[in-house]
Design a protein around this ligand. Structure first.
Ligand SMILES: [Zn+2]
Length: 158
């Protein structure tokens, strides 16, 4: 999926988290972290929004692990989680990054290409006939997420 769909998907995951009763102290930091976390898995993607901003990283990760494998895996999430345990970063930052990355993986599972969520196992998890990146269905999906965000924003703040 495109970077913008991942950002909106990450924000929607955060909205759902708050909707289900999750609490965060600093909402702006939480939503900023969600957007950032939602882009991180695609550092393995040469030409992704985040890959373009961080020179070489995309090429290195892509060459070493291949696309949609390590940075799109449960292992990557678990490692990030344990890494955060070693730091004293704000809780809303950690939750935002992890939830953003997880939402990215869920969205990529809805695509035809799928992801290797159980990497290093080479099993591809995706939907045959799933969403094509940049296609009409993705655009529709993007719109639905925006509507959901507006709805939750309305519920929370008005
Ligand atoms: Zn991806």
């Amino acid at each position: 999926m495109e970077g913008k769909t991942h950002i909106v998907g990450g924000l929607a995951a955060g909205a759902l988290y708050l909707n289900l009763g999750g609490t965060v102290g600093h909402e702006a930091l939480f939503f900023g972290s969600l957007a950032l976390g939602a882009l991180i898995p695609d550092i393995d993607h040469t030409g992704s929004s985040i890959g373009r901003r961080v020179p070489l990283i995309d090429n290195i990760v892509s060459t070493v692990f291949g696309h949609r494998s390590f940075t799109h895996s449960l292992l990557f999430l678990v490692l990030a989680f344990f890494l955060f345990q070693q730091t004293s970063l704000p809780k809303e930052f950690e939750t935002g990054i992890l939830l953003g990355m997880f939402s990215h993986m869920i969205l990529d599972m809805l695509t035809k290409q799928g992801i290797k969520f159980l990497w290093p196992l080479k099993i591809n998890i995706g939907i045959p006939g799933g969403i094509r990146t940049g296609g009409t269905i993705e655009q529709g999906f993007f719109t639905v997420l925006i509507v959901y965000l507006c709805y939750v924003g309305y519920q929370i703040y008005l």
